[in-house]
Design a binder for this molecule. Structure first.
Ligand code: F0G
Length: 476
């Protein structure tokens, strides 16, 4: 074998390809859960029975499950040990006080209300703060967040920067609020009809795109001029803090935990789906600085979730969550987490597969409009792409396009978002680099046969959050 040939076949590590040293996960695997790939006929049957909706598949029919990063994380040995320390008292469980202290320490808010998950907290804050006829500006909608704002009588108004709606824009902080859009809304409806700005870290529907520290500071200053509050969806703020550390001048040597705390200090409170950043399978919380808002929410939680010292969680869940908060904010963890997502994104980009750029914190988003330019948006191209991916390889992803956007409550028409996407969401500490390789090859296979694919028609549509339960049939 010639010298040249052996050079050609010399395997390269990821780090060598990028001209740097490789990173590896700051953990090793202690317990495994078997998974297997169903055959092609079984997959065809499964997706048909699921009405071409990946939410309706049985998990045992799925091979690599990238539906969501919500509640799908692997807990650490310390968290599992924490479960054994559950204090299952109805009231005043010691685990609640651990949780309260962790939230106060890391997020810096004064008062904490536990909830069973994120939407429980969204419900409480929306009810407490929104009057019918109010407007709630935010940096792009999230499905459950907007629905709770609407159910409380409010109207959500998108004030995110234009770049967020452009999958190709390389803006480093595509989650930023456009302060001119916010100012225009204040002038149009009056500050007295805007109870708060609904600010989200690493904007989920925009592709996991971050908000800069400069932007939240400027937002705070603008809102202070008008007496408007700022409440934060902190669900993926650890990832947002990572992007600030990586991209924003002056933060390169600041620990993730310190960046997070500074960011939160510009807001009046936050709600949290702990099922994401916090590395637990269930849980959430609401935290605020204002005592009156706390009293209201602490009263409402008793009606809708459970007593104010458990909010729908078992004592053991709160213990695992309190421990998860400390693990989630370790720099080594969050760097590994985001870089694994980026690894998958880089593989797809290298094959010219259209994805949202830059790759965000929790997922790689496929651009279904460019995948299937021949399928009109009212034939649900992203829904079909998610189904095709499952058919090809048993990889489960999620539609984030016209189905997720739902209907306009006033006109009853579909809302057509600029972004028609499929989300490949990476659970934390669950899959290896090899799973990412298999996933990338699956996407490539679907991409290579894209011209033969046709659209879908919706045959069943539930009233609320239709993407979870809608059913479809192929056209033609
Ligand atoms: N906010 C954001 C940004 C979310 O991503 C979610 C959930 C919620 C709030 C609601 O929290 O599910 O605990 O009630 N997102 C999940 C997802 C469902 O797959 O992105 P929850």
């Amino acid at each position: 074998m010639s010298e040249d040939r052996s050079q050609q076949h010399k395997p390269q590590t990821m780090g060598q390809q990028y001209g740097r040293r490789s990173w590896a996960e700051p953990w090793k695997i202690k317990m495994v859960e078997p998974i297997s790939l169903a055959g092609p006929e079984e997959r065809a049957r499964a997706i048909r029975e699921a009405g071409y909706n990946t939410f309706l598949l049985r998990s045992e029919d799925v091979y690599i499950d990238l539906l969501t990063d919500s509640g799908t994380s692997a807990m650490s040995d310390r968290q599992w040990a924490g479960l054994m320390l559950g204090d299952e008292a109805y009231a005043g469980s010691r685990n609640f006080y651990h949780l309260e202290e962790a939230v106060q320490t890391y997020y810096g808010y004064r008062y904490v209300v536990p909830t069973h998950q994120g939407r429980g907290a969204e419900h409480l804050i929306s009810r407490a703060l929104i009057e019918p006829g109010d407007f709630i500006p935010g940096n792009m909608y999230f499905t459950t967040t907007r629905l709770h704002q609407e159910l409380a009588g409010g109207t959500f108004v998108d004030v995110i920067v234009d770049e967020a709606h452009d999958p190709a824009s390389l803006h480093p902080f595509k989650g930023n609020v456009d302060l001119n859009k916010l100012q225009a809304l204040i002038e149009r409806v009056g500050a007295e009809h805007i109870p708060y700005v609904s600010l989200a870290g690493t904007v989920n529907m925009a592709g996991g795109q971050p908000v800069s520290m400069a932007n939240v500071k400027a937002l705070r200053a603008l809102c202070d001029r008008y007496g408007i509050k700022v409440y934060l969806d902190a669900t993926r703020m650890a990832e947002n803090a990572f992007f600030i550390q990586e991209r924003e001048e002056g933060y390169q040597n600041t620990p993730i935990a310190a960046i997070l705390k500074e960011f939160c200090s510009y807001t009046d409170g936050a709600w949290m789906s702990a099922k994401k950043d916090h590395l637990v399978n269930i849980g959430g919380w609401l935290a605020v600085n204002d005592h009156d808002v706390f009293e209201q929410c602490s009263n409402l939680v008793v009606v809708y979730e459970g007593l104010h010292t458990y909010g729908g969680m078992a004592g053991r869940d709160m213990e695992a969550l309190a421990i998860g908060i400390t693990e989630a904010l370790e720099d080594a963890h969050i760097r590994t987490r985001v870089n694994q997502v980026r690894y998958l994104g880089d593989l797809l980009s290298a094959w010219d597969i259209p994805i949202v750029q830059p790759v965000g914190g929790h997922a790689v988003f496929l651009n279904a409009k460019l995948f299937y330019p021949h399928i009109p948006q009212n034939q649900f191209p992203a829904q079909m792409l998610a189904a095709q991916l499952y058919l090809d390889s048993g990889v489960r992803a999620m539609e984030r396009g016209v189905v997720s956007a739902g209907r306009d409550p006033e006109t009853g028409e579909h809302r057509y978002p600029a972004l028609e996407l499929v989300r490949l969401t990476i659970p934390r500490r669950v899959y290896t680099q090899a799973h990412m390789d298999v996933t990338a090859e699956a996407v490539k296979a679907v991409f290579d046969t894209r011209e033969q694919t046709r659209g879908l028609k919706m045959v069943f549509e539930p009233k609320y959050l239709r993407f979870f339960q809608a059913r479809f049939e192929p056209i033609g």
